[in-house]
Each structure stands twice: as structure tokens, then as C-alpha cells.
Design a binder for this molecule. Structure first.
Ligand SMILES: Nc1ncnc2c1ncn2[C@@H]1O[C@H](COP(=O)(O)OP(=O)(O)OP(=O)(O)O)[C@@H](O)[C@H]1O
Ligand SMILES: [Mg+2]
Length: 323
């Protein structure tokens, strides 16, 4: 999937006309499909760009940084698709400088139906089907840890959250999950290690953080947060805790059971410790607290930079996230 020159220019025009503080007031009509912690996902309403999802990453200071990221991103996609066997939507990327001369990286993916995205689907599917979806997700995740176990040179990380998985060919009138193909969309954080060395420059994640928090984030969280994605047990806790965030706490006891049946059953050879409901609840409380604190600190930072210092603020912040 490659964008034509004309469409690339359209995307550049979108970037030029984008007001990061009010993305809905963009010169080119666009819709936010999702907010990540570091990226914003757009659908852009222009001939040639329809049907695509654009993930905007405004993290880079110079071309060397963005080139490094591009290589790490491309290899992560290859590892997932070719070596591990996880399906990704058709994808591409584009890079160009914004008005201030900073490179902006866009991940481009085929746009998938919102109903098919895990966190939407869990509100529509029956309880049994949701649990099948969780099992199917675990089966996809398992491929990553099987790969990591097969050899020890390259270790790959993945974020198992339900909002990162999409049911291919989902039909809401006749939803089928058992034999459905799942696709993974969240490739913007390409974490993988070669002989223990992280290939992604994780300092990039601290870029969007207020400068007055960077040192404490680096000290307390960065290593722990990154390590989490290499640990199947913790990825499963995160997946289960997601059901709190997605307002389906009622399902958590069943989800925990599905996870543990999986770890002690078909994935037994991986030797993963079972998870507990307490672990899920404690983790959620801590995680929700940290992220809401973090978001409010970013809003303070945005206020300081735009209102007090009269400068630019390049990041797009979500309004209140329902937790
Ligand atoms: N290809 C796509 N088609 C339609 N919607 C998408 C697509 N990719 C992402 N989205 C929507 O945007 C949301 C965030 O996307 P994604 O997980 O890739 O972003 P992210 O910045 O990596 O987020 P985070 O790391 O915080 O999970 C998804 O949960 C989904 O709702
Ligand atoms: Mg995500």
C-alpha cells in the first residue's frame, strides 16, 4: 500500500492546516478515530485519503531521529507479520516537515470498521462471544512469546489491550468470533530488542511529557512501563484491567478465568503464572491514577506554553477520558 504523490501532498496540506489544539477545526475536514498516549488517529475527508487511518506522531526533532524510528517501525511490522504471524491491516507511512521544520511521521493503515474494533465489539457481543474474543486475543499474543522463546537474539513486545485488536470481516448482524481472524493495529510503539538492546529510542515517549515531569517519569516509570510489554503475565493483567476502563467490569471475573485456563491449558508450555482479580484491580487503580494525573499535568504544561509563554504546543490532547 503506497500513497501516490498527489495523495501525499494532500496529507501535507492536512498537516499544514491542522490546529493541534482544535483538530476538529482543521482546514481539511477530519475526524479523530482514536487518541493514543502519543499519537492521534485521524480519518481525513478528502478524495484519495478516504478509507485510510492516519496516525500522527509529532515526536521528532530532526531527520536522523525520524529515520531511525522509521527503520525500527518497518522491522517491527515485518517481525509481527512475517516472523510471528500476526495479521496487520495494510500499512504504509509518510514523513514530512511541518511549518516549524520538525519532521512529522504518519503511520497510514487501511481504515477498519469501528464496530469491529475490540473495545466497541465487547459492548455488542454476548458474554460468551466476548470471552471467545479474549481467548482468540490470547492465542494471537501467544505467538509473540512462542517466537521469543524459539530463539533469544530478538525479543518482541506487544500491547495486548482489547482496543488494539480488530475482528476482520466483522458482521454485526451475524457476529462470528470463534474462527475470526484478528488484526493488530497498534504498531506506533515498535518495541523489540536485539541481544537485550532496545531498538526504539524510548526517550521519544518522554517528549510529549511536560518538561517538569521528564526526570521523574524517566526515573520511576519508563523502564517499568517498557518491560511490561515483554512480559506475557503483565500483558494479560493489562488486557483484563482494560475491561474496567471500557466499562465492562462485570466481565472481569470471567476474563481472569479465561486467561488462567489459557495459561494452564493450551499455553502451558510457556510456564506463565496465573493472574488474580486483585492484581487486575490494583493494577487498574494505579494505572488509571497515573494516566489521569499525567494528562492533567500535560494540560497545565499546554496552558503554560500557549497562554503564559505564548508559544506553540504541538501535541493533541484528548478531553476527559472516561475510566
Ligand atoms: N486502522 C484503523 N482503522 C480504524 N480505527 C483505528 C485504526 N487504528 C487505530 N484506530 C483507532 O484508534 C485507536 C488508537 O489506535 P492505536 O492503538 O494504534 O494508537 P496508539 O497511539 O498506539 O494508542 P495506545 O498506544 O495508547 O494504545 C484504536 O483503538 C482504534 O479505535
Ligand atoms: Mg492502542
Amino acid at each position: 500500500m503506497a500513497l501516490s504523490q498527489a495523495n501525499l501532498e494532500l496529507l501535507q496540506a492536512f498537516e499544514r492546516g491542522l490546529d493541534p489544539q482544535h483538530p476538529e477545526r482543521s482546514q481539511m475536514p477530519a475526524r479523530v478515530l482514536g487518541y493514543g498516549e502519543i499519537s492521534t488517529v485521524f480519518a481525513i475527508d478528502a478524495e484519495g485519503l478516504r478509507g485510510l487511518a492516519f496516525k500522527r506522531l509529532p515526536l521528532f526533532y530532526n531527520s536522523a531521529e525520524v529515520e531511525k524510528y522509521q527503520a525500527v517501525y518497518a522491522e517491527y511490522n515485518r517481525l509481527l507479520e512475517t516472523e510471528i504471524g500476526i495479521r496487520l491491516p495494510a500499512h504504509d507511512y509518510a514523513v514530512f516537515a511541518n511549518a516549524a521544520g520538525r519532521p512529522i511521521f504518519y503511520i497510514i493503515q487501511k481504515q477498519l470498521s469501528p464496530d469491529a474494533i475490540g473495545n466497541r465489539a465487547i459492548h455488542r457481543l454476548s458474554r460468551e462471544m466476548v470471552l471467545v474474543l479474549v481467548k482468540r486475543t490470547l492465542q494471537e499474543l501467544r505467538k509473540v512469546w512462542e517466537f521469543n522463546r524459539r530463539q533469544n537474539r530478538v525479543q518482541v513486545a506487544i500491547d495486548g489491550q482489547i482496543s488494539n485488536w480488530v475482528i476482520d470481516g466483522f458482521n454485526s448482524a451475524n457476529p462470528r468470533v470463534e474462527d475470526a481472524a484478528l488484526m493488530y493495529v497498534d504498531t506506533s510503539t515498535p518495541l523489540w530488542r536485539v541481544n537485550g538492546v532496545e531498538q526504539l529510542d524510548t526517550e521519544l515517549f518522554l517528549r510529549s511529557a511536560p518538561s517538569f515531569l521528564v526526570w521523574i517519569l524517566r526515573l520511576l516509570f519508563l523502564k517499568d512501563v517498557v518491560n511490561r510489554y515483554y512480559d506475557f503475565h503483565r500483558v494479560a493483567v493489562d488486557l483484563a484491567a482494560n475491561f474496567h476502563k471500557e466499562q465492562r467490569s462485570d466481565l472481569i471475573p470471567d476474563v481472569v478465568k479465561v486467561v488462567n485456563d489459557f495459561f494452564t491449558g493450551e499455553a502451558m508450555t510457556l510456564g506463565i503464572q496465573p493472574i488474580t482479580q486483585k492484581e487486575v484491580n490494583d493494577y487498574y487503580q494505579e494505572d488509571a491514577f497515573i494516566w489521569s494525573l499525567y494528562l492533567s499535568m500535560r494540560k497545565v504544561d499546554r496552558f503554560l506554553r500557549t497562554q503564559v509563554l505564548r508559544g506553540q504546543y504541538p501535541y493533541i490532547l484528548p478531553e476527559k477520558i472516561k475510566r
